[in-house]
Design a protein. Sequence first.
Length: 659
Amino acid sequence: MTSIQISGLREDLETIELLSTEIFQENEISAKTKISEFRADSIEVDQILPVLTVTFSGVSVLIGVINRVLIIKGKNNKPVNQKEIPIYIKIQASNGKELELKVYGSMTNTEIKKCVDGVQEFVDDFLLANDGMSLLPSEKYINQANINKINLLLIDLIERLTDIRKIRRLPPVKNERNTIYKFLFDKVNFNEIITLPEEKFYLKFDEVKSCKNIFYVLERENILCFHEVLHDRRVIDMQNIFVGYKIEKLSLFKEMTGIPEFIFSESQEKSIVDQDKIEEIIKFNQMSISNDSIEKLLPLLRPYLRDENERRAYLIRALGMDTPVLNRLVLNTPVDSFITSMVTELVDFGEISPGQPALCALLEVIREDVGVNNKAKIDKLLQQLREELTETPVAQESVSSKQDAQNLQCAVILTAIPIEYRAVRAHLTNLEEEIHPEGTIYERGNFLSNGQSWQIGIVEIGAGNAEAAVETKRAIDYFKPTVVLFVGVAGGIKDVVLGDVVAATKVYGYESGKVVEETFQPRPNTSLVSYRLEQRAKAEVRKEEWLNRIGESMPTPKPRAFTGAIAAGDKVVASTTSDLYQLLRTNYGDALAVEMESHGFLKAVRANPEINALIIRGISDLIDGKSNADAAGSQEKAAQHASAFAFEILAKLLGDGNQ
């Protein structure tokens, strides 16, 4: 796949995304685009810039996309006396070649021509590279010689890819304490994966390394494109690591499917490959090192990997500038989530030299910057890691399987709006989408802490108590969790400031009451959270450990956590002079915050007394000035803080041992 990363002003990126999508549609090319926030690497930029990532097969439309960027930047050129934010472009093709560009609105015609010529040279290099096969550009039809070439190339690929798998989920099995999710990790042949509709399959990591050049040639010749699904790996043991891929059938492949001489024609009898199905328990985020080691790594690494710059610097010192690990990691996630993902990637990466695992190399670099006490801890941990990474795969898999079967717990986290959902999602790994029969879309992921693992379902349900009640019941029936949390933002009423966190002890349904003539007489409808989670929340409020899960975004002064009452209704309270606000202060004087979902949430949980429930809210506004606070990014901060507190609760519940 060709990947373009374009960073600049959001308004520019949105226009580029729109025009680029039109180009791909006109040329019938499948492409993915996504705009996300990131901190610019360039020392010339001192602000947060969003990045537009575009991935597509081939390079045929590359010049068209870059031309759109030049046109847009030229139209949005700033006057001479204003500082201009340029557009930064990084292009990476499937053959590993890269090109970096910087585009200004004030570029001269000579500079623009140099930029376009550079892209054209990049495209020519991709198309004309000598990689063992090439169709003549001047040919207007597919002849027998070309079909033979392609057949030989595909046969070569089949011989290299001897172990291709697909995952099929089995119905969950629930015992007294745990819900065990089993899968069939089916072995399939190459013929099947290219005749079926596009879906995900898994290739053996060791086999993929010998196929990269063939993948490139197939894409260059418009036959097939192998798209690796980032961060999707299934680790059976140290010698059986499978990488997620999706396959895209390009125009030349589609043209050849009706030709009898083509080996993969539908009329051709399919080759028979061993179809033995191997039943495995596929662990979410299973490591090739023990959970005990991961638990020891987290407190040791936290102080040195708090922000994106520290993380990048240590990885480069340990592994070098060109390490692929940097491309696989999302560097701006909360610190514990980042460390867990990083450990997975480093273990998968293996050794950087004989006898030197990549994870150990990182620890040795960090060891140079720590005090005497931590040096001793790192030395002891290095010895433990080296012993684990050289154990036999069978023994490791057996131990890990038992641990996962014993420790797996299921929780559900509901959110109302996208910004809350993203804050929760950032703490999870190995996410997979699931669709309820009624249409609700969930994601199921993994959260690892204290040597044990939560399996967590997350969902965004929209605002309102009625919606919350319906979707909470639906999620409980679907996931069969032991814990259900509602995590999001709220307006602060008393004692709190922006960014603080409130864990509810009880929720007032403040719209319950009676109207006598023109007077509303409240009849409080109060719901309580689970006693166990209320006690755990109070314990965490007395500590500051949850702040470690916020990462580099933590402001000064530090946010505080509270436990107390919350009011919930179906109206947005946006003024302290409103009748509704006065009603809350008069009749619900102990309420710390107000929001719109918790009353319905707890009513749905009430029918399931065996489930523990808690509401956690970050304060995003103080009623007056709500719109200004939201525009300044207070909702994002509040959602991040609430999520950090929620996952600290989950981590401690696993550590309690009696959940």
